[in-house]
Design a protein around this ligand. Structure first.
Ligand code: PLP
Length: 468
């Protein structure tokens, strides 16, 4: 418990408590159906879908907003409240919600049927388009980003015959047990699972290295003989302000010299920062890259793209009819009932076609819109001496860095941050915890509305003695 709850004799805490009681009542009233659904089904639905952590002081606010409909930048909740969405499907909805060109492609595919089993009509074309955008040689499809990362790791291990994977502190690569690792000790790259349920065996081959730190390059040299891959999230959604071009270029050079496959996890950066993703942005060609999110246009998709040398482990490599060629490379196991799902491929095809016709101008414009937005926010926070600093990378924005430290959860600062999140929701702004995404659907009017909501929330929090 925090002193917000216990020290009720302090006049400031009394004011705060009064503010909380009043705000919680208004918020609960406005979003009563979402709260009721959370309560009614908690018994049946095991769910962690909240964008902030549980915190006893704010318990009565702790339920996800239930969405009913969406269009463009707007989401309408179960009580009919409208929100400007900044969650944007965790980075999926680059063109806003339900864009007509994707909806039409999905309808057309539904008319044709959802054939799972025979080869998907669009698989080859979509693979070719992804190669064109990313500079990779071959592509295969999965259903989620997590699967894509898992497969990329397997391909690297198959090709090298080595086991260890180096990844970096602060990165997120999905929920495959084999990446759910954290450092065992501060100054040692050996890892332990991040949570119960992942046996130590799953992560004993993971080295967790400090990001953007040259000492990590030394550790990669030390372990070169054992490393099957270095896996990197080029700009981490948890630390957007770190955009380490020089480090990434050194990492590329080093892994090339040591013949260690470099895997770029471009789940969030792919097709967003630039048509060629973070690799094009930073001037780096990885050996394998993983994609998803934007590409599926709202349908679940994962993509593993890479040099033929690695991708050939999927099918044995290239061969031709009418001669003596045959799949010669050693293969690894790869499967999935829903891989190359016709609806996901139909959406991916129109997304890629659309991005191709729009050209890099689409990303350029959106990147500028986002950095202008973040500058305006930072100017406001500076002016008002609010200790929040935002950063952006392409159309991703968020607080400059986010702690994953358990000890900092439920602190007074964390509560104030969560309260700001709820005050914004109350004013019709839906964030993704510490930040979010802009889409091509967001307008200046949306941005003005968001800035107003931030200012109004800050003023209310000040009036409630939560901010100085
Ligand atoms: C960088 C990165 N890699 C992998 C994943 C996992 O993708 P998915 O949630 O589709 O499994 C995510 C998801 O947010 C991600 O941000």
């Amino acid at each position: 418990m925090t002193n917000l709850q216990t020290e009720t004799t302090n006049p400031i805490n009394l004011q705060r408590q009064q503010h909380l009681i009043n705000f919680i009542e208004r918020y609960n009233q406005r979003t009563q159906t979402s709260k009721k659904l959370a309560q009614d089904y908690r018994q049946f639905l095991a769910d962690n879908k909240t964008l902030v952590d549980f915190n006893p002081t704010l318990k009565e606010l702790f339920y996800p907003i239930v969405a009913k409909t969406s269009s463009g930048t707007k989401i309408v909740d179960a009580d009919g409240n409208e929100y400007i969405d900044l969650t944007m499907g965790f980075g999926v909805n680059l063109f806003g919600h339900n864009p007509l060109f994707i909806k039409e492609a999905l309808f057309t595919q539904l008319e044709k049927g959802v054939q799972i089993g025979p080869q998907a009509e669009l698989a080859g074309e979509v693979a070719q388009l992804i190669c064109e955008f990313t500079g990779m040689e071959r592509v295969t499809f999965s259903n989620t980003g997590t699967e894509a990362v898992m497969t990329a790791i397997r391909l690297a291990r198959a090709a090298t015959g080595r086991s260890k994977i180096a990844l970096f502190t602060g990165s997120y690569h999905g929920h495959f047990d084999g990446t759910l690792a954290k450092k065992k000790l501060l100054n040692n790259p050996d890892s332990i699972p991040i949570s119960p349920g992942t046996p130590i065996n799953f992560v004993q081959d993971i080295l967790v290295l400090d990001y953007n730190n040259d000492q990590s390059l030394e550790l990669i040299k030390t372990h070169a003989q054992e490393l099957a891959a270095v896996l990197v999230e080029p700009v981490q959604t948890r630390n957007i302000s770190i955009q380490p071009q020089e480090f990434l270029q050194k990492l590329r050079k080093l892994t090339q010299v040591l013949d260690i496959p470099l895997i770029f996890d471009e789940m969030v950066t792919g097709f967003r920062i630039h048509p060629g993703g973070a690799q094009a942005w930073f001037g780096i060609q990885a050996d394998i890259a993983t994609y998803g999110k934007i590409l599926g246009g709202g349908m679940p998709i994962g993509v593993i793209a890479g040099k033929a040398k690695y991708m050939n482990a999927i099918d044995g490599g290239i061969w031709h009819y009418g001669d003596a060629s045959y799949p010669q490379e050693k293969t690894t196991f790869f499967a999935g009932t829903f891989c190359k799902h016709p609806l996901a491929l139909a959406a991916a095809k129109v997304v890629l076609d659309y991005l191709k016709t729009q050209g890099a101008g689409l990303q350029d414009k959106l990147n500028i819109l986002t950095s202008d937005f973040v500058n305006k926010l930072n100017n406001y926070f500076d002016q008002e001496k609010i200790p929040i600093q935002m950063a952006s990378f392409g159309s991703i924005f968020g607080t400059a860095s986010v702690t994953n430290d358990e000890s900092e959860k439920n602190t007074e600062a964390a509560i104030v941050f969560d309260l700001l999140y709820y005050h914004l929701l109350f004013r019709g702004i839906m964030l993704r915890g510490n930040g979010g995404f802009l889409s091509t659907a967001h307008t200046q009017a949306d941005i003005e509305q968001i800035l107003w909501a931030v200012q109004d929330s800050v003023e209310e929090l000040r009036a409630g003695y939560f901010l100085p």
